[in-house]
Design a protein around this ligand. Structure first.
Ligand code: PLP
Length: 383
């Protein structure tokens, strides 16, 4: 089976992991801070907080921004459920903003209209989580402007997007947001097996996320109530979690980050080939405007004829191609339907979902495999 996404593990990655296994620290050693610095430097952010998943990073970002029961959080309906769940963990009510059908990202015009209505109704969201679908940045300058006008905080879900940029600024620099979150799941661009990381330029937000990552416990006398009892002393000053990344994961991440540029270049070369090979087929592609450089986690086609999607998907799977669909609109999930979204309609998201298929996209995909995928797709579309 040719998968839709897959990690690339080098001898250097294996050596880095083995070295840590033979070292003094399997957790809470020097590798995690080193990995944080490595990512922060690459994306141009002041601070980075590494955790055990992007889901955890989204959760501690929401906690650090003070999301609490009764607050409202908006995200895109076309995302993995974790983007919305992060707010739900904090007790917030979740709502969605429809996508732009060409970029597949949260639509800035739909956001503006919804904000006007929300303001009139006296219920603005506390946080918006734009999701960089497939690695393509949302229109962050517009979103940041709207957020500033209405006093809303922004968390970028850049789980698909490390190595990408928007208006020549690396995704993760937080030029247009309070926090940016990355995922290092093996299907994503860079992997730590499981893992995630939040970047920010706000020292206080970074410190709050560090506390929520590790039980809300501090060893800093300056952060304690009263005086420290001694060098052994710690205090729990918030209700945190154990969301820590291990040294093994961080060492793998550092080693992987050294290949970020070739990973992204290979993804772009494959995407360019797909674009050319698919040009005459009845499919639509995600628009890639010139002020964007995508991380290209996903390569998505939308069938002109939505009624053919199931048959085409089945034919590709039968041909040994591990196609997938990203994503089922979150507001249609049973848990969200049970939490007030039963009648929600996001027409562009639902139309997109009916047509979408993610084709294989990962650095080790060969041109022969890619030709096979396109030939099988063409045959299935013609059947
Ligand atoms: C993968 C993903 C997540 C969750 O990442 P984990 O590291 O698996 O927790 C969140 N949001 C989006 C958009 C993702 O694709």
């Amino acid at each position: 089976m040719i998968p839709y996404g897959r990690q690339n593990i080098s001898t250097a990655d294996v050596d880095a992991v083995v070295d840590v296994l033979r070292s003094d620290f399997l957790t809470q050693g020097p590798m995690v801070p080193r990995f944080e610095t490595c990512v922060a430097d690459r994306v141009g952010a002041a601070h980075a907080v590494a955790v055990n998943s992007a889901t955890s990073a989204l959760h501690i970002a929401c906690l650090a921004l003070g999301v609490k029961p009764g607050d409202l959080l908006w995200t895109s309906p076309i995302t993995f459920v974790a983007s919305a769940n992060a707010g739900a963990y904090c007790g917030a009510d979740i709502d969605f903003v429809d996508i732009d059908p060409t970029t597949l990202n949260l639509c800035p015009l739909a956001l503006e209209r919804k904000l006007v209505q929300a303001k009139a109704a006296g219920r603005l969201p506390k946080v918006i989580i734009p999701v960089h679908m497939g690695g393509l940045s949302c229109e962050m300058d517009v979103i940041a402007g709207l957020a500033r006008t209405h006093g809303i905080r922004v968390i970028e879900d850049a789980s698909h997007a490390i190595g990408g940029s928007f208006r020549d600024t690396p995704i993760g620099s937080c030029q247009y947001s309070d926090v940016t979150v990355f995922s290092f799941h093996p299907v994503k661009i860079v992997t730590t097996a499981e893992g995630g990381l939040a970047t920010t330029n706000d020292r206080a937000l970074a410190r709050a996320m560090e506390l929520f990552r590790s039980h809300g416990v501090t060893r800093e006398p300056a952060e304690m109530e009263g005086l420290s009892d001694g060098p052994w002393y710690y205090q729990q000053i918030a209700l945190g979690y154990n969301y820590r990344m291990t040294e093994v994961q961080a060492a793998l991440g550092i080693s992987q980050m050294a290949r970020l540029e070739p990973f992204i270049a290979r993804r772009h070369a494959l995407a360019k080939r797909y674009d050319a090979l698919l040009a005459s087929l009845p499919v639509r592609l995600q628009t890639q405007a010139t002020h964007h450089y995508s991380g290209l986690h996903l390569y998505i086609v939308q069938l002109d004829d939505a009624s053919r999607r199931s048959a085409v998907f089945a034919a590709l799977r039968a041909a040994g191609i591990g196609v997938n669909v990203h994503y089922i609109p979150v507001h249609t999930q049973p848990w969200y339907r049970a939490h007030g979204h039963a009648d929600s309609v996001f027409a562009n998201a639902e139309d997109y979902y009916a047509r979408a298929i993610s084709l294989p996209m990962y650095p080790d995909l060969t041109e022969e495999e890619q030709d096979y995928v396109v030939a099988q797709l063409a045959e299935a579309l013609a059947a």
